[in-house]
Ligand binder design. Structure first.
Ligand code: AMP
Length: 210
């Protein structure tokens, strides 16, 4: 299957996409993780991407698109791409099956972004209130020291929300018109949202086998 996740910053799409990929045993691909990896490794791509990511802006399509599309496997759960209509048009060549859209109210979004911590080693995401690590500041999975993302400051988060509304939100209509959109309530616990997504996946599997 080729599954895409869209949603606002802090909607939980990265966490949910990763869980779904693990459940379906197919690769999880995160555009944001790829970009952060390149930045941390100091590659030429990372150096070019840093100024955009640090300011909450999108990395230009020509930098991200070819790199990401060239390496996509036959099945995937994709998080963070597309982020605008032109990226959606580029992604069409991979013929995605469906697009999950996680929607969430603004107060939940602000709360989730401010309490988010990530493991720079294994990329697992935590929330200090709803999904804290067992030992404070330490990743349960690999023992890495948890950090805040460089773009989770209040100023940058606000900018990312503006960019989301302007560039990414139009994708909801784009995929709705193509009957590819599955809208999922992103509120509640990680497990609640995961169950909603799994129910929708079961329905898709059932329809395609009928
Ligand atoms: P994310 O981890 O998905 O929240 O992405 C973090 C940051 O990486 C974004 O704010 C952008 O600067 C950059 N980024 C991630 N995905 C894309 C994309 N598809 N196009 C352009 N920039 C992106």
């Amino acid at each position: 299957m080729k599954i895409v996740f869209i949603g606002s910053p802090g909607s939980g799409k990265g966490t949910q996409a990763r869980m779904l990929a693990s459940e379906l045993e197919i690769p999880f691909i995160s555009a944001g993780d790829i970009i952060r990896g390149e930045i941390n490794s100091g590659t030429e791509f990372g150096c070019r991407a840093l100024k955009y990511t640090k300011n909450g802006e999108l990395v230009p399509d020509e930098i991200i698109a070819e790199m990401l599309l060239a390496s996509l496997p036959r099945s995937f759960v994709l998080d963070g791409f597309p982020r605008n209509i032109s990226q959606a048009i580029l992604l069409e060549r991979t013929e995605p099956d469906c697009v999950f859209y996680l929607y969430l109210g603004i107060s939940d979004i602000v709360e989730r972004i401010s309490k988010r911590r990530i493991c720079p080693n294994c990329k697992r995401v935590y929330n200090l209130i709803s999904n804290p690590p067992k030992t404070p500041c330490i990743c349960d999975e690999c023992g890495g020291e948890l950090i805040s993302r460089i773009d989770d400051t209040e100023k940058t988060a606000r900018k990312r929300m503006d960019v989301y509304k302007r560039e990414t939100y139009p994708l909801v209509d784009y995929y709705r018109k193509r009957k590819m959109l599955i809208e999922v309530d992103g509120s509640g616990s990680v497990e609640d949202v995961h169950h909603r997504i799994m129910r929708a996946v079961e329905e898709i599997k059932c329809k395609s086998s009928c």
